[in-house]
Design a protein around this ligand. Sequence first.
Ligand code: GEK
Length: 248
Amino acid sequence: MHMAGQETEGEKDRLFAEELVPQDFVFDAKVAAVFEDMINRSVPGYRTILSMIAVLASRYYQEGSSIYDLGCSLGGASMAMASQIKSKNLQIQAIDNSQAMIEKLTLRLQQSDIDSIHCRCEDILETRLENASVVILNFTLQFIPPDHRRALMQRIYEGLRPGGILVISEKIILPDPELNELMIELYHDFKESMGYSRLEISRKRTALENVLIPETLEEHRVRLQEAGFRAFDVWFQCFNFASMVAFK
Ligand code: GEK
């Protein structure tokens, strides 16, 4: 896989280091340019989660089916799956509604030798899901307005083949207020250890306030069960970040 190149190399995330008027967070060209550095320094275990999504997908991929990576950003999960799954028929649909992300991903794919990833700019609330064995929502559902989440789960369930899986990674809320506060503080300590200043951390938190809406694991479980999934559990958690898997 060849991914080097001036245009596709990520820059360091200094978005919240400079003085700026507080605004809601958007996935624009500025964010796309620093995305890899940002997510690696902001999501504890991000790299591990990508590698393990590939392991899970490899086990549950069914020959002749499709894999969907919903809210793919720069295709981290798609690329991990593409290199893990050895099938000539592999078809990964990588979808994101950020034009900037899809442009950058398209360039990357053109510069690589990967032909199994098909990316497009689209709202995942409009995506037609069919014949899927693996669906990935890696830190995407948290950005979907809460009142649209149930219908999305239902459509994913309908689009999955029996035996298929849905992987959902999210920032979560812990039901116990004291533990919840502790996890948030530990998370902020983690970000500080990754080189973000207290000011950057607090500005980013404000920018995400109306945009990233976390839920408890119980809320996820109930919604998945209501959509029809037969089993659900958490396979990874670090502080207030978790990744779950649900089985059809
Ligand atoms: C990764 N999964 O690296 N339709 C399509 N895309 C959307 C929508 C929507 N309605 N809402 C948000 N997004 C990736 C990381 S980032 C997580 C995912 C983060 C997209 C949005 O444009 C962004 O690219 C992505 O969801 C969330 O494995 O930045 O914390």
